[in-house]
Design a protein around this ligand. Structure first.
Ligand code: NAD
Length: 256
């Protein structure tokens, strides 16, 4: 790495920690961008836009808002800079823009950068493959702080995808989300989602397999979002200089 790491959304909760963790890892912090109205610390080198930041960086790490993803995908790919993307709540069109960028640059896209959560995702897939969907109902419950703007969380969706993969089905075909009112009985093979919001919870996820005879629960609790920032910087150091492609945190951790 020659130029260093740039941070998109550097005034945000995650962006500030990524900047700190970049320096803690002994890497060069190029600077950052954020919305014009967002206040950034005096010590931050603030770039005019994502294109300028990407041109000055080997890799940019982004935690912003889904509405920013499509334009940023184009700007970062045009600069030929690697991209670590942690923003959640992406639409299918946003995901397509990320995949398009990954044709020309190296991209790590992960709903969660914590090593513990990625281990849970690997276990979720194995458990789903071993526990028959006709007997074991899969339910995913997550809780986050009151400021979170999307639901279910990216990690909950990641858990759902892992279960669907283990069962050899498409998540969109079996999702039961936000049940309310007269919903009818649970469909066999459904993957259910419930989202709680409140206080300052950093992130809690439970995957439950419920059968008539037993329950098996896999729970991850994050106490400090620095766990995600450290993982994102680890991903940035790993992806800089790699060949174009769409990588996951499993690739970064050598668990793919
Ligand atoms: P936040 O609101 O504290 O920070 C977001 C920052 O992005 C803000 O400073 C905002 O001004 C900035 N921003 C928004 N649109 C922008 C744009 N177009 N250009 C530049 N900057 C822009 O939110 P947060 O808690 O830091 O979370 C940000 C995102 O990261 C969310 O989608 C969240 O779900 C996700 N997240 C992912 C992980 C993970 O491990 N993948 C972990 C935590 C949070």
């Amino acid at each position: 790495m020659n130029k260093g790491i740039g941070v998109v959304g550097i005034a945000g909760r995650m962006g500030q920690l990524v900047a700190e963790e970049t320096l803690a890892a002994g890497a060069k912090l190029v600077g950052g961008v954020d919305r014009p109205e967002a206040a950034v610390s005096n010590s931050t080198v603030r770039f005019a836009d994502v294109a300028a930041l990407a041109a000055a960086s080997d890799v940019v790490v982004e935690f912003t808002h889904a509405s920013a993803v499509q334009a940023n995908a184009k700007a970062i790919a045009a600069a030929g800079c690697a991209w670590v993307l942690g923003t959640t709540g992406l639409s299918a069109a946003d995901e397509a823009a990320v995949a398009e960028a990954a044709r020309t640059i190296a991209v790590v896209h992960a709903p969660n950068f914590s090593p513990g959560v990625n281990l849970v995702l690997a276990l979720a897939e194995k458990m789903a493959a071993a526990l028959p969907a006709e007997m074991y109902d899969a339910e995913i419950v997550e809780m986050h702080h009151r400021q979170k703007v999307d639901a279910p969380s990216g990690t909950a969706v990641g858990m759902g995808r892992a279960v669907a993969k283990g069962r050899g089905v498409n998540l969109a075909d079996v999702t039961e989300s936000g049940r309310d009112g007269h919903t009818g009985a649970r469909k066999t093979g459904a993957i259910g989602f419930a989202a709680l919001r409140g206080g300052q919870v950093v992130g809690e996820h439970t995957l439950l397999f419920a059968a008539g005879t037993e329950h098996i629960a896999l729970t991850h609790r994050a106490f400090d979002r620095r766990a995600f920032a450290t993982g994102a910087v680890r991903a940035a150091l790993w992806v800089a200089g790699r060949k174009p492609g769409l990588y996951s945190m499993m690739d970064v951790l050598g668990m793919a």
